[in-house]
Design a binder for this molecule. Sequence first.
Ligand code: SF4
Length: 63
Amino acid sequence: MKISIDPDLCTGCEDCTEACPALFKLGPDWIAEPVVDVVPPELEAEAVKTAAICQFEAIEIQE
Ligand code: SF4
């Protein structure tokens, strides 16, 4: 599983980084970015849950 974030949709609201700092961080341009290249199996459910809280639908999960 991988996480991608659409920089055109992300507003840097920090909802994802606060909900799951193990997987999401803010980049220098205040756009969220994934912490890891591949989501560890034990964090996959958390990744899906956190993607769903992005009110701007900027987070995409690739299986
Ligand atoms: S919750 Fe969505 S809009 Fe907010 S920082 Fe994360 S990816 Fe960006």
